[in-house]
Every structure is written in structure tokens, then in C-alpha cells.
Design a protein. Structure first.
Length: 95
């Protein structure tokens, strides 16, 4: 299984939309569940998934995650959740 993931990463770095789609299909549902538990907000969870995969695509040429794509994707999502929660807290603090 990890060999397949490494092949997807290699292909993604070369700009393969098929590899991107395969990675999306592998992780999107689990990522959504993770984001939903963390945010307790369906819209925010959907946004986190979308932003995570957009970031993955935009940074594909710099990927260095062979063997651990899942850790990369979930770390990206976690950081986006933290940023979103910080933004919400900042907005709530403004009088």
C-alpha cells in the first residue's frame, strides 16, 4: 500500500491529476471526519478538506513525504484548523 502512495506522490510532483484524484479519494472522507470532530462545523470541515487539497496541489513540486502522505495531509489540515480557529477568536475579540 505504501508503495502505491509513493507512486502517487512521485506522479503528483510531476503534475499528474490522476495521482491527485487518487490521493483525494484515499483521504478526503477521513480528513472530513477529522475536521468535523475538531471544528464541530460542517461548513468549516468541508473548507478544511478543500483548502488542504488545494494546498497539496499548489505545493506538489516541493513535496517530500514519501511513505507518509497521510501524516502530511492530516498535519496540513490540523494547521488550517488552528489558523481558522485563531481567525474566529480574533474576530470575536474585536468590539
Amino acid at each position: 500500500m505504501k508503495e502505491d502512495h509513493n507512486q502517487y506522490v512521485t506522479a503528483l510532483k510531476e503534475g499528474s491529476r490522476e495521482a491527485f484524484t487518487m490521493l483525494y479519494n484515499l483521504y478526503a472522507d477521513r480528513l472530513y471526519s477529522f475536521a468535523l470532530v475538531q471544528t464541530r462545523n460542517k461548513q468549516m470541515a468541508e473548507d478544511v478538506v478543500q483548502d488542504t487539497f488545494l494546498k497539496l496541489w499548489n505545493n506538489r513540486s516541493n513535496l517530500n513525504c514519501y511513505g507518509n502522505v497521510q501524516a502530511l495531509v492530516f498535519t496540513m489540515a490540523r494547521n488550517l484548523i488552528i489558523d481558522a480557529c485563531s481567525d474566529i477568536r480574533s474576530l470575536e475579540a474585536v468590539p
